[in-house]
Write a protein of this length. Structure first.
Length: 61
């Protein structure tokens, strides 16, 4: 595919969601924020569980 076309498509895929988020069209901005907040919590829980498992594994050695 043409490099300029790839860059243009990439910019469209980046700018359209940002525009929708800023203008809060059809309440998509709120939905995206709630999704990110939930994802952040699950990520932190997963990281915490991973560190506990690594710590327990190191205690065994």
């Amino acid at each position: 595919m043409n490099k300029f076309l790839e860059i243009l498509i990439g910019l469209i895929f980046l700018l359209v969601p940002i525009y929708i988020w800023i203008t809060n069209w059809a309440d998509f901005g709120t939905s995206a924020t709630l999704f990110l907040k939930g994802g952040l919590i699950w990520t932190l829980l997963g990281i915490g569980a991973m560190f506990i498992l690594i710590g327990l594994s190191n205690l065994k050695d």
